[in-house]
Design a protein around this ligand. Structure first.
Ligand code: AMP
Ligand code: MG
Length: 578
């Protein structure tokens, strides 16, 4: 029997996650009139090549107007109270500083130095601490909160918006890249609904660590520049069981090229604000999709096409590292197809296409194997939102672009998994080998990450002789499968068809594709428990290790990060509460 030969077509689609794609598919209360609206922070000092140098202090960041963002419609009401906001893209709202002192938990050196041109010494200054905790805005910059809506768990939820986030700067760095700096957990806004505008330390540690980890795994994502914690009390019922506890408030400074989401367009379309819809769509295209010509009469269609293909790529990449986002609502799906809004996410441990990281997701709508389906659902909502900007012919073309999503996803998925198995080029049997490896993993509950990693580390000689020791614990689990010997034979045969390859080159290549370290729930939990006691050592350790997820590191091995999950972690749960 061909290994995995009993897998039906439905089984294959289940594993690929595309089995039901069709159809379903001191708070200023107002910004004073005349105040500058949205600013780009630029630096004047340059090196001999004309590139900007790193800023030695927050003051040396000089501000200038961002005339593009400022042209987008701004809420005419300036008060910071919860309301239904109309006819705008942004509201002016200032962060609410914490009452107690704030402490710096961690910074991303890469983000500060290489994205934001900041000298690392700045991270030690009080100005910086104030800036990243919402205590002090950059002079002349009026922070913005974004009005968006969204489909939550498949249902239109109306106005959502930045209920606890503030855009505090737009920065153009020395490479000409435009970065939007956003605080999360920085206080109430017009969009806070019944929320308190805060984020707790545990969810902030998870977002900080995971968004950086995803970057180093090669997955498109927002970045995290810094994390601060305060002693201000934030009350949360973590598991929605009536057990309300006092937690610490925290703020992450998140950085992305854009924070626009599918829900950003949905709210405008839904409320008939077509003029603003056109304006913001053209802004996004001009700013972030430079390959689309400003004079192209099909530019909205072209934009939709790129989002469809980039979303397919993003979700395929999630699958390639076993990442489940947890809350794939349209308000959490970026128009730049980067991973945003880290909440009850999880990396799958033992292989399970029905893995649901979020305990609040009773129906498993956002189970890992369903992410491509919900991606298509979300893209369909994007298409609905864009419809007022399309003529009949363009609408038909957009529908057929959307119909092409499963094929794009399937192609990316296959490419990524081909390279996870060390294949060069493409051959017919690759699909069988990929699917049957995953299927054996599913049957034996073997660990997804370490199965691929240990296959990358084991020599062809040991594999051929089926000498897989218990050190190779995940591969050892799979090797107990009845189909394993036949699979290995077929796999080794396939490797022979790689041209100009050697066993050491294969292992080298596979190790650069299959991470040894991912942010498993138990690791994040362990770092959170210490951080809640003011010990940030494990946050720092994980941050450091996850910057090189493909390289074996002594510190990580000692900490057991490539081992089976410890016993205490078996029943860990993550909920939406954050
Ligand atoms: P999320 O689940 O984090 O994507 O959030 C969904 C919506 O709820 C967004 O509009 C958030 O801004 C809002 N939200 C979540 N938590 C809070 C909070 N503690 N205070 C105010 N708004 C919140
Ligand atoms: Mg969100």
């Amino acid at each position: 029997m061909v290994p995995g030969g009993r897998i039906t077509l439905v089984g294959i689609w289940t594993i690929y996650g595309v089995y039901c794609l069709t159809g379903r598919c001191q708070i200023p209360t107002s910004a004073k009139s005349g105040e500058q609206t949205s600013l780009i922070i630029t630096q004047n000092s340059s090196d001999s090549c004309g590139r900007k140098r790193r800023a030695p202090s927050m003051e040396s960041w000089s501000a200038s107007l961002d005339d593009q963002l400022a042209k987008l419609p701004i809420d005419s009401i300036r008060g910071n109270y919860v309301r239904k906001v109309k006819d705008c893209i942004f509201s002016h709202t200032y962060p609410t500083p914490f009452i107690s002192d704030v402490r710096l938990v961690a910074v991303s050196e890469d983000v500060l130095e290489n994205l934001l041109d900041l000298d690392l010494s700045v991270a030690k200054t009080d100005d910086f601490l104030q800036f990243i905790s919402g205590g002090k805005s950059i002079s002349g910059f009026a922070p913005l909160t974004h009005r968006y809506g969204g489909h939550q768990f498949g249902i239109w939820a109306g106005q959502l918006g930045d209920g606890r986030a503030h855009l505090i700067a737009v920065y153009i760095n020395r490479f000409g890249e435009r970065w939007e700096l956003q605080l999360k957990g920085s206080g109430r806004t017009p969009y806070s609904r019944r929320g308190d505008g805060r984020a707790v330390l545990r969810s902030s540690v998870r977002e900080f660590l995971c968004s950086e980890a995803m970057h180093y795994l090669g997955v498109p994502t927002s970045r995290a520049a810094s994390l601060v914690v305060s002693d201000d009390a934030v009350w949360r019922d973590q598991f929605y069981n009536g057990n309300v506890k006092k937690e610490q408030g925290a703020v992450v400074l998140r950085v992305a090229k854009s924070w626009f989401r599918i829900g950003s367009l949905e709210i405008l379309s839904n409320s008939g604000e077509f003029h603003s819809l056109r304006e913001v769509v053209y802004f996004i295209i001009n700013e972030h999709f430079p390959a689309i010509s400003r004079t192209d009469p099909n530019r909205v269609l072209a934009f939709f096409g790129v989002v469809v293909s980039q979303t397919a790529d993003m979700i395929a990449r999630w699958m390639s590292v076993g990442f489940a986002h947890g809350v794939c609502n349209t308000d959490n799906f970026s128009l730049l197809s980067i991973t945003i809004d880290y909440g009850p996410f999880g990396f799958m441990e033992s292989y399970d296409a029905d893995y649901v990281p979020n305990t609040s997701d009773d129906e498993g709508r956002y189970r890992i194997g369903n992410q491509a389906n919900v991606g298509m659902f979300n893209l369909n909502k994007l298409l609905v939102a864009l419809t007022p900007l399309l003529d009949n012919g363009q609408r038909r073309m957009a529908s057929s672009i959307l119909d092409g999503f499963p094929a794009l996803y399937y192609q990316r998925f296959t490419e990524l998994f081909r390279s996870k198995l060390g294949f060069l080029g493409a051959r017919e049997e690759d699909l069988t080998l990929i699917v049957s490896f995953l299927s054996m993993m599913e049957d034996t509950r073997a660990d997804f990450t370490m199965s691929f990693r240990q296959l990358s580390e084991i020599t062809e000689y040991h594999l051929r002789n089926l000498s897989i020791t218990e050190d190779c614990w995940a591969l050892h689990d799979i090797s107990q499968h009845l189909d394993f010997p036949a699979w290995v034979a077929m796999y080794l045969q396939r490797l022979k068809s790689n041209s100009d390859d050697s066993d050491s080159a294969r292992r080298q290549r596979m190790k650069a594709t299959n991470p040894r370290y991912i942010l498993r729930n138990w690791m994040a939990e362990s770092a959170v428990r210490k951080a809640e006691k003011n010990d940030f050592s494990e946050v720092h350790r994980l941050q450091k290790i996850l910057q090189r997820p493909f390289q074996m590191q002594r510190m990580a091995e000692v900490a057991g990060y490539s081992h089976k999950a410890p016993e205490w972690a078996k029943d860990l749960k993550v909920s939406c509460s954050s």
